[in-house]
Design a protein around this ligand. Structure first.
Ligand SMILES: *[C@@H]1O[C@H](CO)[C@@H](O)[C@H](O)[C@H]1NC(C)=O
Ligand SMILES: *[C@@H]1O[C@H](CO)[C@@H](O)[C@H](O)[C@H]1NC(C)=O
Ligand SMILES: *[C@@H]1O[C@H](CO)[C@@H](O)[C@H](O)[C@H]1NC(C)=O
Ligand SMILES: *[C@@H]1O[C@H](CO)[C@@H](O)[C@H](O)[C@H]1NC(C)=O
Length: 317
């Protein structure tokens, strides 16, 4: 199948869940690359086939370009998890894995797919194009996992918490051709409106502007936070822990006063001020943890290079 490497237009209003703006995903990719070991830089670069026209930022944003019917539509639900017990109105944020992951084998959610895609990258009997695709899914899913609304079951990750006010005084009934635009729901506010405000980006930008914004945000996050490299454990426990942490932020921050509280304020004001550091922190963690994961993958693949007989998936996956 031909893969499309064009960057997505962020216009979709599909329910559930879109994703960090491309520039958010690109930032996670560029930031992770700064923490890659030389071995990981080499392995990831050759697995994906990185080149000046398709860099780590493009690779991290790629999965959003293949969610529709012309791409890999079955991957649509792999970008999030919608826990059934979530109800921020009663301050209940509760994620249970695997039971909150739909599908016959509880495989149709972001946590299972991080594990599935990892096992494909690690298994050298898969064709290279599949391992390449799985590597790019991983770059993307680590970003999504850290967007709190991607781990919330409340109204499809906040896609149906709408219309929210942004730069306007409530009430904000703002229909465009009979629908409320994606940018006017809570999910889209976290994906796009907040990071754009944080980085002084207007609502619409060209691919070049997105890329430049991502490179500079990644650099700033790297400079501001001398965070140590985390251990590279590939255990599903780690992924569940990241998801639970993200899910909790819905109750402590994103929806801490419930739905009416969200709808009855201008989110670009106090709400934004209260949450902008949370958001930047999540992006920073996504980059750092992704790097830890990829460094682990590269080490593993490096080890089996010299030890082809080893049962390399028999371990602690
Ligand atoms: C990692 O690879 C990229 C190209 O893919 C290169 O620009 C960068 O300098 C490399 N970083 C390190 C630490 O080797
Ligand atoms: C794992 O990912 C592959 C490729 O992306 C996909 O074909 C397969 O259905 C997935 N398996 C599960 C159990 O989701
Ligand atoms: C509304 O729909 C009409 C007809 O499809 C289209 O020409 C117009 O651009 C739409 N307006 C907006 C703001 O999307
Ligand atoms: C690697 O993939 C091959 C082909 O799909 C499969 O037969 C094999 O069981 C996998 N290896 C492991 C250790 O899972």
């Amino acid at each position: 199948m031909m893969l499309s490497f064009k960057l997505p237009l962020v216009l979709a209003l599909a329910v559930p869940a879109t994703a960090w703006d491309p520039f958010g995903h690109q930032t996670v990719g560029f930031l992770a690359q700064k923490y890659f070991t030389p071995q990981a830089n080499k392995t990831i670069s050759s697995l994906i086939g990185l080149n000046p026209d398709f860099d780590i930022g493009d690779a991290a944003a790629w999965a959003d370009t293949v969610r529709d019917k012309d791409g890999l539509p079955w991957s649509k639900n792999w970008h999030f998890i919608n826990p059934k017990g979530d109800n921020p109105a009663t301050n209940t944020c509760f994620l249970s894995y695997p039971s909150d992951c739909p599908g016959p084998d509880n495989d149709n959610c972001i946590i299972s797919q991080i594990m599935n895609q990892t096992s494909i990258v690690l298994n050298t009997s898969y064709p290279l194009h599949e391992r390449r695709q799985s590597t790019m899914f991983l770059l993307h899913f680590f970003g999504d996992l850290h967007q709190p609304m991607h781990t919330s079951g409340y109204k499809y990750g906040g896609n149906l918490v709408r219309p929210v006010c942004w730069g306007k005084v409530p009430p904000c009934i703002e229909y465009i051709n009979g629908t409320i635009p994606y940018s006017r729901n809570l999910h889209g506010t976290w994906d796009s409106a907040m990071p754009r405000k944080l980085r002084n980006l207007p609502a619409e930008t060209t691919d070049e502007e997105n890329k430049a914004a991502a490179i500079s945000w990644a650099q700033d996050l790297y400079d501001e936070r001398a965070m140590a490299q985390e251990v590279d454990v590939w255990s599903v426990k780690k992924v569940i822990e990241y998801a639970k942490e993200s899910n909790k932020l819905v109750c402590t921050n994103a929806m801490k006063g419930g739905e009416e509280w969200v709808l009855n304020q201008d989110l670009s004001k106090e709400y934004y001020e209260e949450n902008k550091d949370v958001l930047a922190n999540q992006v920073a963690k996504a980059g750092l943890r992704l790097a830890g994961w990829m460094n682990g993958i590269a080490k593993f693949l490096g080890d089996i290079e010299g030890n082809k007989d080893k049962d390399f998936l028999g371990g602690d996956l």
